[in-house]
Structure formats: structure tokens, C-alpha cells
Design a protein around this ligand. Structure first.
Ligand code: GMT
Length: 375
């Protein structure tokens, strides 16, 4: 089977899921074509079954905005024709489902066509997709897809609540390849903390929905009771809030490490004691699952699909969105009790194993097969 994957190339969750899925399919012998504006961050382009097609947007002085979606549809049309693809898989509705629909219209002009699967990831439904500027086109293109999948039950409910969807939405949860953790050398804890200190970690694209200010506030509360350090991985618009917090709390500068975008994410997760995810919205919380796969329990909000991943009192603790005090107290409770921490680290790993790639990949494959058969 030849599959075209349309995704964001950046460190966002949808791009990571699309990339990991494509690479796993390629390892099983599928021919996988990534169509994106840049090489996806984690893509192994050396795999002979993987192809990358960069969308080139031509600039012209007349354009106030560059017409990316037109260039994208043209590229999809060209790749489907050149490589005789069997199926397109759009990750994130905007603009991928819409551009793929346009490409399908162009193909139909040639008496050709291709089935389209759209996977809804979160903010395409709960945030950006609801804006009046996009809503009608998003609803339309989701409905034009031949199959629709959602990464959690929560996101499926939100989609049905906010849009008039005429087709079945199949929930296929995000996944993690636990085998990637098997042979990792741990980083030295001493690179980040003294032997008597615990390590708290937060990983995100530092957008406002991630509430990094609450991460910092939780840490400020926790370090008063438990000797600890905080690691923040990722970059984004709210880095300014982090800098502001450090200016206002200079005594914490030596306790907070800002690592930016790192390639060694899994190795650093492995030496952490607790992952903080106080998000305002989260359709799934892939970052939390990655932490669990590295034996790290999660203290989170109960936003969106997080409770489907982080189980209260088992893999960590959840509190109402914005309840910094509760999340701080849960973190203190967890980090002050070695027996509880050891148990939750084990539970976190067991939870990650339930979401293992080898359980989820066959569901995607089956969905592709039935979509092509019905087409
Ligand atoms: O969280 C982000 O800002 C990135 C965003 C994306 O689409 O790249 O993540 C969304 O998709 C991830 C993968 O399916 C989910 O794990 C995240 O929970 C979801 N983010 C939100 O819903 C805010």
C-alpha cells in the first residue's frame, strides 16, 4: 500500500504522531510519502520506504499572504499522480483535510480519485477550528473525508458537539513505541540535580493552553517542601512568561533548567521523577504518555482527554484546570513518599504499555484497508 501523509513538520503532537505512524508503516513495508512544508522533526529519511515532498510556496510581491494551501493541494495532486498513491492521511484538519479535498477534486477531473482519512488532533477542533474564519471550511472538509479518526473519546465528543458531522468518527488513540526506551542510556542525574533532589519536568510547545505559568507556580510551591529541580523542554510564545518569572524569582534561577528543543527527550524523561501538565486544553496529552513510557508519573489537570491517559491515584494525580494548589499538594505528596513514587513509576510504565504502538498500528492498518475497500 502507498500512503501519503500530510502533517505539520514541527514539534507539535500531531506532527509527531503522523511521523511515528509513517515510520512504523514504512518499517512494515508500506511506501510512505510525507507531504509537508519542511522535513518532519523526527523523520528518518534514510528508510528506503520513506519519501519526503516539500511544499514550495512561491512568493510574489502582490501577495499579502502566501497561498500555502494552493501550493499544498498542487503538491498532493502531483505526488498522488507521480507515485500512484492508494490513500491520503491528513493529520490536523487545517489546512490538510481542506487541501486534500481540493486535490481530490483536481484528480476527479482526470477521472482519478483517492480515499482520504482525516485524523483530528485537538486544537483543530477545540480552538482554531471553531473560529468563524475557519469553522465552515473545517466542518465541510471533515465531512468530505472518507474516514475520520479522533485521538481520544473526549475529542470525538467535542467534535460532535461543535460541528455537524455526518460520518462515523473512529477513536484511534495516540500511541508510544515502548521499545525505543529499552536500550536508552540514562543521562546522569547529576547533570541536572544533586543526589538528594527530585526532578520535575515539563515538555511542551509553550503555547498559552499549556499554562507554563502554573508549571512554574507548582514548582515554586513544591521546592519549599521537597528539595528539587525543574526542567522545561520546548520553545514557544510563553517562554516570555518563563523569563518574567525568573526575573521576579531570582532565587529560583539555579533550580530551573531551560533546555529548549532537545533530541534526547526520552533520556531526560527517564531520569525525571514527575511530569507536570496543567493544560487548559489537551485532546490526549501525548507528552504525558511519553513521560509514562519513561517511568515518570504525571500530575495534570483533568482537561479534555487527559483522564483517558493519566489515571487518578494510579499513574499520577489530576486536579481541576487552574487548581495550582491541588496540583502542588499532589506533587509534594508523591515526591515525599518513596514507596508511593516507586509504585506510581511502575504503574505509569504499565499504562504506557497499554498504548503501545504494536496494539494501535494494526487498528490504523485495518482502518486503511476498510476505507480503501469501501471507496
Ligand atoms: O498541543 C499542541 O499544542 C500541539 C497539538 C498538535 O496538534 O500538534 O497537539 C494536539 O495533538 C496531540 C497529538 O494528537 C495531542 O496529544 C495533544 O493533546 C493535542 N493538543 C491539544 O489538544 C491542546
Amino acid at each position: 500500500m502507498k500512503i501519503g501523509i500530510l502533517c505539520y513538520p514541527t514539534y507539535g503532537g500531531s506532527g509527531i504522531v503522523a511521523t511515528e505512524l509513517g515510520m512504523s508503516l514504512a518499517n512494515k513495508g508500506y511506501e510512505v510519502h510525507f507531504i509537508s512544508s519542511a522535513l518532519p522533526a523526527r523523520l528518518d529519511i534514510t528508510n528506503p520506504n520513506i519519501f519526503f515532498h516539500r511544499v514550495n510556496v512561491q512568493t510574489y510581491p502582490l501577495f499579502q499572504y502566501q497561498p500555502y494551501d494552493i501550493a499544498l493541494s498542487s503538491m498532493i495532486y502531483r505526488v498522488v499522480n507521480l507515485y500512484k498513491l492508494d490513500l491520503l492521511h491528513a493529520h490536523y484538519a487545517i489546512p490538510y483535510a481542506y487541501a486534500a479535498f481540493t486535490a481530490k477534486q483536481m484528480l476527479q477531473e482526470d477521472n482519478n480519485d483517492i480515499p482520504l482519512v482525516t485524523t483530528l488532533h485537538g486544537t483543530d477542533i477545540t480552538l482554531v477550528g471553531q473560529h468563524p474564519s475557519y469553522k465552515h471550511a473545517v466542518e465541510f472538509s471533515i465531512n468530505q473525508s472518507d474516514a475520520i479518526t479522533s485521538v481520544s473519546e473526549s475529542l470525538k465528543r467535542d467534535t460532535l458537539q461543535f460541528f455537524k458531522i455526518k460520518k462515523e468518527i473512529q477513536v484511534i488513540t495516540n500511541f508510544i513505541d515502548n521499545s525505543e526506551f529499552d536500550e536508552l542510556n540514562e543521562c546522569q542525574r547529576t547533570q541536572f540535580a544533586n543526589p538528594d533532589e527530585k526532578i520535575l519536568i515539563h515538555v511542551s510547545n509553550l503555547r498559552p493552553v499549556k499554562r507554563v505559568d502554573e508549571v512554574l507556580q507548582i514548582f515554586k510551591n513544591v521546592q519549599k517542601k521537597v528539595k528539587s529541580k525543574l526542567i522545561i523542554i520546548g520553545e514557544g510564545p510563553d517562554m516570555e512568561k518563563v523569563n518574567q518569572f525568573l526575573e521576579e524569582n531570582p532565587d529560583l534561577i539555579s533550580k530551573i533548567r531551560l533546555l529548549g528543543k532537545v533530541n534526547d527527550l526520552y533520556r531526560i524523561l527517564q531520569l525525571s521523577d514527575v511530569f507536570l501538565l496543567p493544560s487548559e486544553q489537551e485532546s490526549f496529552g501525548l507528552a504525558a504518555l511519553e513521560a509514562m513510557a519513561a517511568n515518570t508519573p504525571v500530575i495534570s489537570s483533568n482537561a479534555g482527554g487527559i483522564p483517558e491517559v493519566n489515571i487518578q491515584g494510579e499513574t499520577g494525580y489530576l486536579a481541576e484546570i487552574g487548581n495550582v494548589e491541588a496540583m502542588s499538594n499532589y506533587t509534594i505528596k508523591l515526591l515525599s513518599n518513596e514507596e508511593l513514587l516507586t509504585k506510581m513509576k511502575k504503574n505509569a510504565k504499565e499504562q504506557a504499555i497499554k498504548f503501545d504502538l504494536k496494539n494501535i498500528l494494526p487498528i490504523y492498518e485495518e482502518m486503511y484497508r476498510t476505507t480503501i475497500e469501501k471507496f
